[in-house]
Design a protein around this ligand. Structure first.
Ligand SMILES: Cc1cc2nc3c(=O)[nH]c(=O)nc-3n(C[C@H](O)[C@H](O)[C@H](O)COP(=O)(O)OP(=O)(O)OC[C@H]3O[C@@H](n4cnc5c(N)ncnc54)[C@H](O)[C@@H]3O)c2cc1C
Length: 605
């Protein structure tokens, strides 16, 4: 079993020295929150380590239970949710008029990281709840906002996102749930599957945000609307009324995140349909849902990174205790801790370097969320919005894929003890696996990156970001002392520029060629942008050392980690380019028969 200790020093470094919390906090509406920032982080760390982390293992082994439509969460979860809400964590980024704290979105970087590292099974509840709050804030009527948001912020109620149906997963054009007008409301009928916290015992009401079609709506994604469907109907005076016709038919048995229920919800089983209220304009549901899904995609990227950091801490602790084998560089026959072995050190450094790169890139992206929302200059807002849009699939896709690798490597450090459940590392490996799947698979993030963010935009945002990286690299090159980082960074940026141009040129003539290697392209973006942030970190560290900063050891470690990243991770740019430019055609080269199955295999679903 592992403890969780939030990596506060690195979080503070990224917030202050890379993401610029001091400037972000001065944006209109934030009331210069920078002074409070470190105290908030310390409180969050105490909550994550003291309240959430101790429930993590029991949550996994005990799981959720379903009986006659009701779901019981693991022992302690209900009380933890109340404590979480009472401490104000749900409302951190929510406007004060709805009972929130109105703090910068940038603080979501470290706080989300802590909740998810400590207990991802628990943290999924607030993550989806935040999505529901944002959707209502974005497109609800003034009455809907006043009725629902304060209750979602106080923790009295929770929210869900109900998109998926058996035939409509990635492809939401196939949504069939019906919404029939009935006066000023709608009657909803259909089945949603895989709904996180769709039913539970942690709050007195659940507010489902449901995608459905109004009869006569256009086919495909242009005919989908968004509805608010409370589990218990709300009376005009705000009190709870009758139970709505929404039933949890079952919960899934999963590989991981066992502490949260994944529900099948039936709407309108009793007859006329569950009562629902349109949110925003009819037929604009998917557009509105996408705004909130982008926020959720960012959060899932951070979620993956948080679990990876927990796994790294766990592996590091084990490596420092487990004694096995001799030191190859010594004549001493006494066995040493596995931490002394080069290969174990390589694994630990790979994990540490990638986690720090993911942390830096995701917090820097979160800072841009704040600039995009609050900066007084519309041109600056537009630039940051474009950066966030480009980086969202990268943070989601690259951070989660890398986090799965990090957790696998952490398990490897444990040897055979990693493969048994008692140590707890197996849980982190199982838990992290979902992050590359929900909120849009990695394949879908990569399609978004290539299709919407590169090709549709004619490469303009990608080119602007690459130019920013090139300008930084030029500064770094002329700077003595960081050559070992500058050279691999320069090569990776040049590779990214070449490959982006190659995809742009291929997209018109041969789209399947351009899209076949969109996931390696997404990874190229991730490792390069992560390397850019690591190099920025190394430069700050070098300057601090030169200025005689007393935290010399921390800054030396930063430079060593960034140098490791440059050699071991940025160097992957060359083979990713080979995969994409030389290998894209190979992907579609075989016809179906060539794959080897000469009969259709029945898939059990
Ligand atoms: C634990 C859990 C919790 C979840 N929570 C929620 C929730 O709260 N609310 C909710 O609405 N949903 C939820 N989901 C559903 C989740 O978002 C979907 O599972 C996910 O979007 C993928 O859809 P699918 O499972 O139907 O896979 P499919 O769409 O069938 O995809 C299968 C494979 O095909 C690939 N693929 C599909 N289409 C394309 C394409 N056009 N181009 C390239 N590749 C493609 C995918 O990348 C994937 O590898 C949850 C799922 C799980 C397992």
């Amino acid at each position: 079993m592992s403890q969780y200790r939030a990596p506060l020093r690195d979080m503070q470094f990224v917030l202050h020295d890379l993401a610029g919390i001091d400037e972000v906090a001065k944006l209109p509406g934030y009331g210069d929150a920078s002074d409070a920032c470190d105290a908030i982080l310390e409180e969050a760390a105490a909550f994550a380590g003291g309240v959430l982390a101790p429930l993590n293992r029991a949550g996994d082994t005990q799981g959720c239970t379903w009986k006659d439509g009701s779901v019981t969460t693991p022992a302690g979860f209900k009380e933890a949710y109340k404590a979480f809400a009472d401490a104000g964590w749900i409302g951190l980024p929510v406007a004060q008029e709805f009972g929130g704290q109105g703090l910068p979105s940038l603080l979501l970087g470290p706080t989300l990281e802590m909740w998810n590292a400590a207990n991802v099974g628990f943290a999924n509840g607030p993550l989806l709840n935040q999505g529901a709050i944002e959707a209502i804030e974005l497109c609800g009527s003034p009455e809907q906002k006043q009725c629902y948001i304060p209750n979602l912020v106080s923790g009295k109620w929770t929210g869900t996102m109900c998109l998926t149906e058996p035939q409509a997963g990635t492809d939401l054009a196939q949504v069939r749930t019906k919404a029939v007008p009935d006066g000023d409301r709608y009657r909803i009928s259909g089945t949603k599957i895989f709904i996180t916290f769709g039913e539970h015992d942690m709050a007195e009401n659940i507010v489902h945000l449901v995608l459905a079609r109004i009869p006569g709506a256009p086919e495909g994604t242009k005919g989908i609307s968004l509805f608010l469907v409370p589990k218990i109907l709300v009376n005009d005076d705000g009190s709870l009324g009758e139970r709505n016709d929404v039933v949890c038919a079952s919960i899934e048995h999963k590989l991981g995140i066992n502490a949260n229920p994944t529900c099948t919800l039936n709407y309108g089983e009793r007859g006329d349909g569950a009562i629902g209220y349109l949110i925003g304009e009819a037929n604009k549901g998917l557009e509105n849902m996408f705004v909130m899904m982008n926020a959720a995609r960012f959060s899932v990227g951070v979620q993956g990174m948080g679990i990876a950091d927990r796994a790294y801490q766990h592996a590091l602790g084990y490596a420092k205790e487990r004694v096995q084998g001799r030191d190859v560089a010594s004549r001493d026959s006494k066995p040493v801790r596995i931490f002394e072995h080069g290969d174990v050190r390589r694994m630990l450094m790979t994990m540490k370097a990638q986690i720090e790169a993911m942390r830096a890139l995701s917090y820097v992206t979160a800072a841009s969320l704040d600039y995009a929302a609050k900066h007084p200059d519309p041109h600056v807002r537009k630039q940051h919005k474009a950066f966030v849009e480009l980086m969202t699939p990268v943070v989601k896709g690259w951070c989660t894929e890398t986090s799965v690798e990090v957790c696998s490597m952490a398990l490897q450090v444990f040897g055979g003890m990693g493969y048994v459940e008692e140590t707890g590392i197996a849980q982190q490996y199982r838990d992290v696996r979902i992050t590359t799947i929900y909120e849009g698979t990695t394949g879908i993030q990569a399609l978004d990156l290539v299709g919407r963010k590169l090709i549709r935009d004619m490469g303009s945002t990608a080119t602007a970001v690459i130019k920013t990286m090139q300008a930084f690299h030029a500064e770094l090159e002329s700077d003595a002392g960081l050559e070992a980082i500058a050279e691999p960074l320069g090569k990776a940026i040049a590779t990214l520029a070449d490959v982006s141009q190659w995809i742009g040129m291929n997209a018109m003539g041969d789209p399947s060629n351009a899209f076949a290697c969109s996931v390696p392209y997404l990874k190229l973006w991730g490792i390069t942008a992560g390397g850019w942030q690591m190099a920025r970190a190394a430069k700050v560290a070098r300057d601090k050392i030169a200025a005689g900063d007393p935290e010399r050891a921390f800054f030396e470690a930063k430079i060593a980690t960034a140098t490791f990243y440059a050699h071991h991770v940025l160097s992957q740019g060359a083979w990713l380019k080979r995969q994409i430019v030389d290998g894209a055609r190979d992907v579609m080269a075989l016809d179906e028969a060539g794959f080897g199955l000469d009969r259709t295999v029945k898939v059990r679903v």
